[in-house]
Structures are given as C-alpha cells and as structure tokens.
Design a protein around this ligand. Structure first.
Ligand SMILES: [Zn+2]
Length: 278
C-alpha cells in the first residue's frame, strides 16, 4: 500500500502535469469513490478551474482549485495511483483529469476501489478533516511531540508507528526500516523507549523517508508505480523488509521474518542482533 514516500512521489510527478493548468473536464467513472459532494457538483466545480497546487498531507494527495472551487483530496489507500501515460489496465481507471491542451489527461486508477475522492470547500476544511483522523505528518513531527505521543501507549513500537493517529504516513515497510536503522526491537512497548532511543528513532524516520522519496518509493508487487508506470527503487537497497535470511547490512546476522501482536496478516522483518528486545 502506498506510504508517505510513494504518495510524495505521486505528488511530485503530478505537479508539472496539473499545477497552473486549467481543468477542461473531470470525468468520474466510479461515483462510489466520491465523498463530500455529488458527481454533478464535482463536474461543475472542476470544469474550467485552474489547479493552484498539488500537495501531500500524510498519505493524502491534495489539489487546490482556484476561484473558490474548493479542494479535491484523493486518498489512494491500498491500490490507488496516478498515471501521466495511458494506464496499463483501462478497467481500473476511476477518475480522469482532462487538463491543459486538448488530449492531455491525468488518470487516477484504483484496482480494488478502496481509495477515496473527497471534495472540501476550502483548505481549512480539508485540514480539519485530516486532523480528526491523523497525527502530525511523519516528515514534520518534532522530536518532543513524537516523544509525548509514544509515551502515552504501552503498545508495541511498530504498530504505534503505523497508527496514523499517532503520526501520519508510515506503514509496514518504513516502520521496519526505521526501527532497524534506530536499532529498536519492533515489539518494545512504545512508552519504554529512552530519550536517546526516541532521538534515534526521530532521526531515522526522517532519513529513511528521505531516502525512499529520492528512490521514488517501494514497489513490492504489481501495486505501486510512479506516474510514468515505473517501479520505485527503494526495495533494491533497503535493509530488512522482504529480506528474510539475508545478512543484516550492519552486522551480517540473518534477518528474521516474524509476526507481532497488533499487526494482523502483515510480516515484520528485523535483525535479532541489532534490535535486541532489552
Ligand atoms: Zn544486525
């Protein structure tokens, strides 16, 4: 599922195609994804509107329309993604932005249709909606704020990092990579972390996410692709995720694959030597 680096990569790919461009038509092929207005309202608000900017908030893609036409938020969730080239699977297209020159299009595809297309009246309405279900963005959270939030729960640190209400943007892959880099066992109770460990964790979150954004995210299956249909490069050089029995890049011990409490159906990878339970 797209996490913060994949959504940031989508946003960076969309900007040159959408920012400053005029929407000729919004073609909504799957109205069940729409929230906050009717398909007719969306079409009227989109037609002729200029896209002021495209931004990321957590795992949301936020598009602002000029002239009080509102904000369109797309949440790719499990299988959503954007295409600037003709999508490989036409049957997965849910929304088409006809923008700029005649013939120019941007496609939103979603194989399992679990994503959402939401309309908000303005920036503050979108920000409020985000704040109701999310903590601060993982790239923006201050160390002290992270420490306060971790201190409130004795749940394992890994499920806590993946809880979007604690901080927004981190899922299974980047939780494993961040904890390995910070040398913290995934099942340590969040509130048991020392100040030094929180410091390491905070730094690791920033470093791992920055590297992943640079490499355009992670493609571990047919799901995520960049807007040009390419695979992200992060999993070609990461440390633990998907690397069962391969040597830890720090100490060469084999990486373990396991299941931990609080994460149904999702594996956890870690190094038993670098990440001792304590
Ligand atoms: Zn190790």
């Amino acid at each position: 599922m797209p996490e913060l680096p994949e959504v940031e990569t989508m946003v960076r790919g969309l900007r040159p195609a959408l920012s400053g461009r005029t929407v000729r038509r919004l073609e909504l092929l799957d109205p069940t994804l729409l929230q906050g207005c009717t398909p007719g309202q969306l079409a009227r608000r989109g037609r002729g509107a200029t896209v002021v900017g495209v931004a990321r908030r957590g795992k949301w893609v936020v598009m602002e329309l000029a002239g009080n036409r509102g904000i369109i938020v797309i949440q790719p969730r499990m299988t959503g993604g954007f295409w600037l080239v003709e999508p490989a699977r036409a049957e997965h297209v849910r929304l088409v932005f006809h923008v700029g020159n005649p013939g120019a299009r941007v496609w939103y595809c979603d194989a399992r249709r679990l994503g959402k297309v939401c309309w908000y009246a303005d920036e503050s309405a979108a920000a409020e909606a985000f704040a109701r279900s999310h903590g601060p963005d993982a790239l923006e959270i201050a160390r002290d704020e992270l420490a306060r939030r971790l201190d409130r729960t004795s749940r394992g640190i890994k499920p806590t990092l993946m809880d979007q209400k604690v901080l927004a943007g981190i899922g299974n892959i980047y939780a494993d990579e961040t904890l390995h880099r910070a040398r913290i066992h995934p099942e340590r109770p969040a509130s048991s972390l020392t100040a030094e460990e929180v410091e390491r964790l905070h730094r690791s979150i920033g470093e791992v996410l920055a590297t992943a954004i640079e490499l355009e995210g992670s493609s571990f299956d047919a799901g995520y692709r960049t807007v040009l249909g390419l695979e992200g490069g992060f999993l070609a050089q990461n440390s633990v995720y998907g690397r069962k029995d391969q040597p830890c890049p720090t100490c060469a011990r084999p990486i373990l694959k396991t299941k931990i409490a609080g994460l149904v159906g999702r594996p956890t990878y870690y190094c038993p030597a670098c990440q001792v339970r304590g």
